[in-house]
Design a binder for this molecule. Structure first.
Ligand code: ADP
Ligand code: MG
Length: 331
């Protein structure tokens, strides 16, 4: 059994005066200890809402969550609030995109780490202080002893993100969710943070869910990638398969829109035309059909199911590449 089993997860937002909106729709995936699983898709595809649902951080009112999220033998979705808070302190950690909004601006970094260590790992002040120094050093912050006394605004963006990772790691979580952890950072720092995360996964056996809009980011990090569109997984593949033989036209679009160092100079990036605002609801058709270069009439009439394909999973009537015998389309 996997460490985390997400099954048929759905999130519908209900607000007075607006029609209900399903942001996550039947999402399922597993994460094993030491494994890194990517959730990839454009902004608005439901990645963060998936993460927040797993962490039990969606507002109780207005967000209806369905399906199950098993962590070992416990369904996190039915856990009482207090137990879920304990879990978040102990087993589950999360790193958000914007470290400044996740750090407390009026408390020194060191105290924010030692608090966690005292509360969740029962350390004395002295033990916690030594461990905090060690943690800051491990995430690559130079002169950690001095940095402990500094406030978040005294650190650079990259340092703040490292400090946030240190706080998330202070509890020794068995599952870490990183939601666009490098999006706000410049490219060099991005690479350092990603290297740090992959090192931590390797050294500690922590399971990692890596959320990003950038397929380039998952290239070096994820064992398995789930591509999301309109709240559903449209393609799942092992990292290497995804880059060498992506089948969904949307995945192809994402691949063509990442800058590649090995591409000939001057070659244009190809953004996917249209935006997620062009989605059709999945009940009526393939949500991606209005933007899809491969769309057939059939795609605008019947929503495709997620089915096994080529060693992975695919939700598409008319994929790129050879169509297998079981995948006839009504065209
Ligand atoms: P992303 O893939 O960029 O992380 P999100 O998961 O944040 O996307 O959002 C998915 C969709 O759900 C978006 O259309 C967003 O507007 C909507 N959404 C997110 N949070 C809420 C909320 N609290 N209430 C209503 N709609 C929301
Ligand atoms: Mg997001």
């Amino acid at each position: 059994m996997a460490l985390l089993e997400v099954r048929d997860l759905s999130v519908t937002f209900r607000r007075k005066g607006t029609p209900p909106f399903t942001a996550v729709d039947g999402v399922s995936f597993d994460v094993e200890p030491g494994q890194t699983v990517g959730l990839v898709g454009e902004s608005g595809s439901g990645k963060s809402v998936t993460a927040l649902a797993i962490m039990g951080l969606l507002p109780k009112r207005g967000a209806e969550v369905g399906g199950s999220v098993s962590f070992e033998d416990t369904d996190l979705l039915t856990l009482p609030d207090k137990q879920m808070r304990d879990r978040r302190g102990r087993d589950l950690g999360m790193v958000f995109q914007d470290p400044l909004s996740s750090l407390n601006p009026v408390i020194p970094i060191g105290l924010q780490i030692t608090e966690v260590l005292e509360r969740h790992r029962g350390m004395s002040r002295k033990e916690a202080s030594a461990e905090a120094t060690d943690l800051l050093g491990r995430v690559g912050i130079p002169d950690p002893k001095r940095r402990l006394t500094e406030y978040p605004h005294q650190l650079s963006g990259g340092m703040r993100q490292r400090a946030l990772i240190a706080i998330a790691l202070a509890c020794r979580p068995r599952l870490l969710i990183a939601d666009e952890p490098t999006t706000a950072l410049d490219v060099t720092i991005q690479a350092q943070i990603l290297a740090l995360l992959s090192e931590l996964v390797r050294d500690t056996g922590t399971a990692l869910i890596m959320i990003t809009h950038d397929l380039g980011v998952v290239a070096g990090l994820c064992d398995e990638v789930n591509v999301m569109y309109g709240g559903r997984v449209v393609e799942r593949a092992e990292r290497h398969d995804l880059f060498s033989q992506a089948r969904h036209p949307y995945t192809h679009g994402l691949l063509q829109s990442i800058p590649r160092l090995d591409a000939p100079r001057g070659e244009k990036l190809m953004p996917i035309k249209g935006s997620v605002a062009d989605n059709i609801p999945w009940e009526h058709a393939c949500a991606f059909a209005p933007r899809c270069p491969n769309a057939l009439d059939h795609c605008r009439e019947v929503a495709p199911e997620l089915v096994p394909d080529n060693g992975g999973m695919l939700r598409c009537h008319n994929p790129v590449g050879p169509v297998s015998a079981t995948q006839g389309v009504g065209a």
